[in-house]
Design a binder for this molecule. Structure first.
Ligand SMILES: NC(=O)c1ccc[n+]([C@@H]2O[C@H](COP(=O)([O-])OP(=O)(O)OC[C@H]3O[C@@H](n4cnc5c(N)ncnc54)[C@H](OP(=O)(O)O)[C@@H]3O)[C@@H](O)[C@H]2O)c1
Length: 413
């Protein structure tokens, strides 16, 4: 069925498009070469079929071994369907875990992209523009040119184009989108929402209150720093120590400039003098540190828990070090620290309206210059960009100390 759709989508003869061949690109299918118009002209064929490319995988594994660029076509939308053109999609750590098969939310494996065996598209977050839609989707409040983000993970956002139904999408209203770049819209729904909800939903922090977090240089960490500054909260921010001392000092300074009160390394956190340092920051220990946000685990995460005041809340939302989290029983018995987990996917599913509001609030802060973009490594994705280049960028995400988060930014697709 799917391959029939693919064949019919490409049934445009050389002759019928001959005058416009300079705007066409050849596609080889089953030994024949045919031509499809360029877009907007390029990606929409004469019969309304949209040509698309996606980074897909058939089996779980390490991204460089299992990811490849797959070309397919999308039939014209009808009913509740919308055809999307992606604008920007980040590469988040969870995307990698999902491809490795170790993430609880599974991607959608399908043959609808014209392959004999089911494949899935990588990526969970991104922003896309509606380029065509059926009548029901129009009645649901969408129109051409709208910007949309995904309601739930598993959609597959590392692709030039996609077909979706209205229920899968959250529309960014005109007022929310005004003055916002595709990268800002494409990265708002996971990290900033996670930081926002963790700061708001576990401990009743008031202006002047302290929290502590590790992974402070991550997308979530930087979002937490900036929201905290906006809300008048004070933060202790733990980063990984760098071999290059100058680079470490530069990063500390950078985080202070976006609102961090204190920045220390994981080595400093585990040093002898940490209790005294904490006393110094918190007015001799009179100001409690009542919330911790942990995305790292291992020994440094245990050290972070020890700085909390009695009755504080400790929220774990990631596992970057791949180490377990070890909690001394005394923290539970004598200090009554409350340990929680947080997963933005679950929260978004349970609170769709609240998610929309949170996204809009962060975009509003962004528009007003109060929420700065995290550093990004923009990965340009044009129609002709080779798959190997894109896969190599996904691989980079797994390695070392990065200058910025990889974000696919779609150009001429
Ligand atoms: N539970 C949820 O709902 C939820 C939502 C969003 C994100 N997350 C999790 O939050 C974490 C951060 O995500 P993100 O997208 O914000 O990250 P990101 O911007 O891609 O940055 C990755 C961060 O991880 C740190 N890191 C990498 N390897 C590490 C290691 N071995 N030990 C300690 N730190 C390490 C990096 O530290 P350097 O700065 O030193 O390079 C960097 O700050 C991830 O674990 C992600 O899965 C969870």
């Amino acid at each position: 069925m799917a391959s029939r759709a693919l064949r019919s989508s490409l049934a445009i003869s050389k002759t019928s498009l001959a005058p416009s061949l300079c705007h066409a690109r050849p596609i080889a299918l089953h030994g024949h070469t045919t031509y499809v118009r360029h877009s907007q002209t390029r990606s929409i064929s004469a019969y309304g079929y949209t040509q698309a490319k996606a980074l897909t995988f058939q089996d779980y594994g390490e991204p460089p071994s299992v990811l490849s660029l797959h070309k397919h076509s999308i039939s014209p939308p009808h009913g509740d369907q919308l055809t999307l053109r992606f604008l920007a999609s980040p590469i988040n750590p969870a995307d990698i875990n999902q491809i490795q098969g170790v993430y609880p939310s599974k991607p959608t494996f399908t043959t609808a992209l014209g392959t004999p065996n089911p494949i899935a598209v990588g990526g969970n977050e991104g922003v896309a523009e509606v380029i065509a839609l059926g009548d029901k989707a129009k009645s649901a409040g969408f129109k051409r040119g709208d910007w949309v983000i995904m309601k739930a993970p598993g959609f597959g956002t590392w692709r030039t184009h996609a077909s979706a139904t209205s229920g899968q999408l959250l529309k960014l209203e005109e007022h929310a989108r005004e003055g916002i770049t595709p990268i800002q819209a494409g990265t708002v729904s996971v990290n900033p929402c996670t930081a926002y909800r963790m700061l708001r939903d576990f401990s009743l922090l008031k202006e002047g209150d302290w929290f502590i977090q590790n992974g402070a240089n991550s997308g979530v960490g930087r979002a937490a720093i900036q929201l905290a500054r906006e809300w008048g909260l004070k933060s202790v921010n733990v980063i990984r120590a760098r071999k290059d001392r100058a680079a470490e000092d530069k990063l500390k300074q950078e985080l202070k400039e976006i609102g961090a009160t204190v920045v220390i390394t994981d080595s400093e956190l585990q040093s002898q003098g940490i209790k005294d340092m904490a006393k110094e920051w918190t007015n001799g220990g009179k100001e409690p540190i009542s919330l911790a946000l942990n995305c790292v685990n291992g020994k440094a995460a245990t050290a972070m828990a020890k700085l909390l005041s009695s009755g504080a809340h400790y929220v774990t939302y990631g596992a970057m070090s791949k180490q377990p989290l070890t909690i001394p029983a005394s923290l539970l018995i004598f200090k009554d620290i409350h340990f929680h987990g947080y997963w933005v996917s679950r929260w978004s599913e349970q609170h769709p309206e609240e998610k929309k509001k949170t996204v809009e609030e962060v975009l509003d802060l962004t528009r007003r210059g109060k929420f700065k973009d995290m550093p990004v490594d923009e990965i340009k994705w044009d129609w002709e960009t080779p798959g190997e280049e894109l896969v190599a960028k996904v691989k980079d995400t797994l390695e070392g100390y990065r200058e910025g988060k990889g974000v696919f930014v779609f150009g001429q697709t």
